[in-house]
Design a protein around this ligand. Sequence first.
Ligand SMILES: Nc1ncnc2c1ncn2[C@@H]1O[C@H](COP(=O)(O)OP(=O)(O)OP(=O)(O)O)[C@@H](O)[C@H]1O
Ligand SMILES: [Mg+2]
Length: 354
Amino acid sequence: MVHIIVIGAKRITKHTMENQNTLENCTPMPKKSVLEVNLKNHIIQHDLAMCIGVTTQTLGKQLKDLGIITIKHGRSALIHCQDARKILEARGFDFFQQIIAIQMLKGGSGKTSSGFNLAIRAHQYGFRVLVIDLDMQGNMTSTFGIEGSKQAALVSYIRGEKSFSDLIIPIEPGLDLLPSNYENSTIDIEVFSKRIDYSTLLKKPINEIKKNYDLILMDCNPSLSTLNVAAALASNIVLVPINPDTYSMEGLIKTTSEIARISDGRADAPALKLFYTLFDKRESTSREFLVEYASTFREQLQESAIHRSADVKTGTSTNKSVFEVPRAFVAQNDFDALTREILGLTKKFGDHHD
Ligand SMILES: Nc1ncnc2c1ncn2[C@@H]1O[C@H](COP(=O)(O)OP(=O)(O)OP(=O)(O)O)[C@@H](O)[C@H]1O
Ligand SMILES: [Mg+2]
């Protein structure tokens, strides 16, 4: 129990102290001449080297041996996501499939912002990613720069008007989105009136398309809707963002008891993982809640926590991940660590930092 608290606190302290000197190496510094580089599908060589636990020079040698060309970007070298994948595979990483539903009953807890950054980071590491927006607000959809109202929504699949795969929009190679809009607000009624089996509502169509992806990430709405139950039952992991406040603790208790209820007796029940976000080390309540969560949810709480950072909002409001926001040092470190932890990169290569 103490172990988790100490590790969690250590990571947070470490991130805070590291900020000043580490990310000069791993943050793209936009220059006029290189603004055209798509930062969504490139990873900084230094970051990939850190992930696999080698020096930038050692990785540079491997890139050369494999004939991989990097792009100069400010003081950094960028590697295309497909080349990052080649490196990870060459080092024995298995891109095993993960289907994740991000859920939390409490609204505004960071589901969409965190899911977006997680998806982009996974894409940069070379994962083939599908993001499914299951929130009728369509926040994830608009964060990708897609106007949800102009797209067919999931409800048209439920009505039998469209196939599931017809709804998927390619954002760019290796990154797809199934968008959402307000039309999806009738899904629960449709499911009920048509007596559709919600346990296979998403599981069945996802099973049909999942071979195309390493990561399927569902951004859920803040409710205990039938759609969210369907998402949980279609996933391997239910990922819950938790915040340093009482409402979050209440939302977490309701969310986890709902997951436990629907998982009851199911061999394929999703694993529950929690991560701490909107952490502010200056607030004593933030620190106190972290200790409380860490002791209560010892097994489920991820070691990586996300600090409160204006760069998260700066990014999402301009359709960018924090990895595309210049000098977003804290947020980049946080989301990189969380992505590596959740997707098994830390387990494979260890937890390396500058
Ligand atoms: N780490 C962070 N630092 C600062 N602001 C954040 C962070 N994460 C999220 N936010 C902000 O918090 C607000 C809510 O975030 P977000 O929309 O991701 O939550 P949500 O759980 O998806 O909300 P909803 O329940 O309505 O779907 C947004 O304004 C977002 O920019
Ligand atoms: Mg949201």
